[in-house]
Ligand binder design. Structure first.
Ligand SMILES: NCc1[nH]cc(CCC(=O)O)c1CC(=O)O
Length: 310
């Protein structure tokens, strides 16, 4: 291997740095002698963490600067939470590898209550995710959902300050940052369907860069890639951005992939659920078929109403 040095573009948040370090460690393990350097940068998403992202618009707020760095040759790969990666990538880049998935579930985090069912009538719950908000409101219309932004650490601080009875975060992010003990209960996918790609880390690189692709190849997990590709295909066919109440989650068991999806109204008054199964290698086709099914059963009208409001 002629490459001796590889540069990873990453955001500076604690979670992004953890994920980039995780990939760095994996690369060094597989390629002794390879020098791996982190190139840190601030993205538009980081700058606007305190304002409602939905109103700023645009997809990929957390990835664009990293992609520009790769296209301009200032970095070789970018490490992302797959949840934050838009379905369409810029020309010349690809998601070459997806790592084995961590816990894909949402986490119920509270200093007082054990789970969402134990919350008192009218309790205040923090989340800015329309997907979480929609599904939680459908289960508990009495709850007051309030906006909650910032990095994982900031969100926990806001909970501890007493602003909320509980908050919802991804299990994977909490565990990676050493906050696993803050999880009072895991919320299974049958209760709140996770976000597309939740819990999976992806590596993006230049399409025409065989040397870099060879280096990252051993870090990939083929089954996770099949699952996440099916979920992303559903999202693409629904034309969902990150600020749309869409959930999607695929599992592979006994050689069969089962893909679940939903589109909900933010107030939880209507949620269209669907499920499809088939061969893992047909995941992308299954995603498109499930999207058509959901759209035909009311998701179309829900999405239209959302875009008219925005
Ligand atoms: N939206 C931010 C974000 N992007 C990825 C994760 C968690 C880690 C993952 O899903 O891989 C989080 C935090 C959260 O939702 O709690």
């Amino acid at each position: 291997m002629s490459l001796t040095k590889l540069r990873i573009a990453t955001r500076k948040s604690a979670l992004a740095l953890w994920q980039a370090e995780h990939v760095k460690t994996g690369l060094e393990l597989h390629h002794p002698g390879l020098e791996v350097e982190l190139v840190t940068m601030t993205t538009q998403g980081d700058r606007v963490l305190d304002s409602p992202l939905a109103k700023i618009g645009g997809k990929g707020l957390f990835v664009k600067e990293l992609e520009t760095a790769m296209l301009e040759g200032r970095a070789d790969i970018a490490v992302h939470s797959m949840k934050d990666v838009p379905v369409e990538l810029p020309e010349g880049l690809e998601l070459a590898r997806i790592l084995a998935r961590d816990d894909p579930r949402d986490a119920f985090v509270s200093n007082e209550y054990a789970d969402w069912e134990a919350l008192p009538q009218g309790a205040v719950v923090g989340t800015s995710s329309l997907r979480r908000q929609s599904q939680l409101r459908a289960l508990r219309p009495d709850l007051q959902i309030r906006d909650l932004r910032g990095n994982v650490n900031t969100r926990l601080e806001k909970l501890d300050r007493g602003d909320y009875a509980a908050i919802i975060l991804a299990c994977a992010g909490l565990k990676r940052l050493g906050f696993g003990a803050r999880i009072r209960s895991e919320i299974g996918p049958q209760v709140i369907l996770p976000a597309i790609g939740q819990g999976a880390i992806g590596i993006e690189c230049r399409r025409e860069d065989p040397e870099v692709q060879a280096l990252i190849a051993p870090l990939g997990d083929a089954r996770t890639a099949q699952r996440v590709n099916a979920e992303r295909s559903l999202n693409a066919a629904l034309q969902g951005g990150c600020q749309v109440p869409i959930g999607g989650y695929a599992e592979i068991e006994h050689g069969v992939i089962v893909l679940r999806g939903l589109v909900g109204r933010p107030d939880g008054s209507e949620i269209v659920h669907g499920v499809i199964s088939g061969r893992p290698e047909d995941g992308e086709e299954l995603g498109r078929v499930l999207a058509d099914d959901l759209l035909g059963r009311g998701a179309d009208a829900i999405l239209k109403a959302l875009y008219e409001d925005a």
